[in-house]
Design a protein around this ligand. Sequence first.
Ligand code: AMP
Length: 359
Amino acid sequence: MTALPTGSTIGILGGGQLGRMLAIAAAQLGYRTHILAPDAESVAAQTASSFTRADYHSRIVLDDMAASCAVVTYEFENIALDPVEYLAAKVPVHPAPRALGVAQDRANEKQFVNDLGGRTAPWRKVTTRAELDEALAAIGAPAILKTLRLGYDGKGQVRLASPDEADAAWEAIGGRPAILEGHVAFDHEFSILLVRGADGGMTSYPPPKNEHVSGILARSTLPAPAAVAAQWTEAAALAGRIADSLDYVGVLACEFFVGADGPVFNEMAPRVHNSGHWTIEGAVTSQFENHIRAICGLPLGGTALTAPRVEMENLIGEAANRWVDVLAEPGAHLHLYGKRAVRPGRKMGHVTRLQPIIS
Ligand code: AMP
């Protein structure tokens, strides 16, 4: 793939904060961005060159996007596969739709990773109430029931302390197709953020330790503790096999638990990821810029840390109200996403704190 000329337009499906930060990174490299999203208010549109508010399924809109954009990417994985495949027949789409197809279905995703030799929690696909009993008999409790599709930030999942809770759990997820997963007793969670270019060249970032509160990422910290560092190589190798076998182009995020015998793969996101926001100031090249570089056929940028210690804190709901105080902190970098309404659990912004280098 030859380098996409500067001034070209990159299409982005999705209008949230990930699209916003991708558009900023693209602008820095001289590219224009076009956002397609159905939302009345798109925080990505605020920083992009142009915005179409439309349903993803409108063929007229997709044809227009294919004609006006040199390459198309997406910023959320719950987009329907149809429009992405329709676009991919007309214009380069990265990552390729197949990556979306794998990541959108938890059973496909776990099977795909198991087939590549990756370790996961024990799991079973559950499509009926009777299958839930069978899965509980095989896996035991505690366990977690997760809907196959459309789950994120801990949504669409329920924990079972014992098999007695099967009825309630099945009802809680609306009796939808799901997987039952064994509960993993872990000390830490971490993620591998990998970027793969069109020529197959890959690089990945040092893994952050990720802390979740109520299923939502609260904080990423680097360097991660020794227990995470010890599993870095194996986890990065698995992420590399995933990327290679999907002929993946762009940033791929894989989330892991630190298991007793090695990294336990939890899930992947075929896009830039919240646990990579620290890279904007904390790494030589941000995940957003590296994604743009990859999809535009440019050389990938360095991934090393820029400070001895880096911490990213998500500003969720009311926490964003202390933004002026954050600005007064030395070494703190504030990002607000331009969302008007503060709601509990809503990601309003983040702050990255760098420990200064003392020479
Ligand atoms: P997920 O939507 O799969 O990323 O799950 C959200 C969070 O729930 C994870 O980041 C973990 O903190 C927790 N979690 C998910 N699956 C498991 C599991 N099998 N064992 C223990 N904790 C889990």
